[in-house]
Design a protein around this ligand. Structure first.
Ligand code: PEP
Length: 249
């Protein structure tokens, strides 16, 4: 790792019940976490209040999505104002499941990012290629296009963490090798240097996601441009998530 403080996020996705989340929170509360790491968890919306009321302040809370603007007549949506009201500091945007399962496009995601930042909520901005895009040699093109959509929409990168999550690695057990991840992370950083600024490139955290677990995180964390992780499945197990947090180098 290299840029800024190590950052580890746990994306709980659409998992959990009041009981299982209560157990997970208590495991997280009793875990020993390295002090020099930003630690964030993203519960399902319905459980954010429960988590905020029971989780240690050591760990920040993120939403997994938000609406594109101020709340109002948008049935089924959750506004940034509401996310903030419940104490969330972050929102995950552009996750591959929202892009590829639900059909969100770059423009829609960009609007959400701009609005969240305008309200002081940090953005975990996800990018990443499909397997067929990697095999066609389009990994950088796809990642840069998704990155450009964020860059075009947002006024500042101050409160943004970039998550590189190759879609073929998410939930598949097929983690990218440290070399594969590093190759994209350094390319993303170079893109920021050329298209935003050297300062933003050097201070923006670029975290990796896709089948990270307690056994593979330390080798990934050694790579120069890997500044942390976004963790799905393994974040549902408190002790394993703590191991990943503590793989900071
Ligand atoms: C994710 O959903 O962001 C993710 C990386 O999932 P997993 O760790 O389960 O691959």
């Amino acid at each position: 790792s290299g840029s800024g403080k190590f950052f580890v996020g746990g994306n709980w996705k659409c998992n959990g019940t009041k009981d299982s989340i209560s157990k997970l929170v208590s495991d997280l509360n009793s875990a020993q976490l390295e002090s020099d790491v930003d630690v964030v968890v993203a519960p399902p919306f319905l459980y954010i209040d429960q988590v905020k009321n029971s989780l240690t302040d050591r760990i920040e809370v993120s939403a997994q999505n938000c609406w594109t603007g101020k709340g109002g007549a948008f049935t089924g949506e959750i506004s940034v104002e509401q996310v903030k009201d419940l104490g969330c500091k972050w929102v995950i945007l552009g996750h591959s499941e929202r892009r590829h399962v639900i059909g969100e496009n770059d423009e829609f995601i960009g609007k959400k990012a701009a609005y969240a930042l305008s309200q002081g909520v940090g953005v975990i901005a996800c990018i990443g290629e499909l397997l067929q895009e990697r095999e066609a040699g389009k990994t950088f093109d796809v990642c840069f296009q998704q990155l450009k959509a964020f860059a075009d929409a947002i006024p500042s990168w101050d409160n943004v963490v970039i998550a590189y999550e190759p879609v073929w690695a998410i939930g598949t057990g097929k983690v990218a090798t440290p070399e594969q991840a590093q190759e994209v992370h350094v390319a993303v950083r170079d893109w920021l240097t050329k298209n935003v600024s050297a300062e933003v490139a050097s201070k923006t955290r670029i975290i990796y996601g896709g089948s990270v677990n307690g056994s593979n995180s330390s080798d990934l964390a050694k790579k120069e441009d890997i500044d942390g992780f976004l963790v799905g499945g393994a974040s549902l197990k408190g002790p394993e998530f703590a191991t990943i947090v503590n793989s900071v180098t």
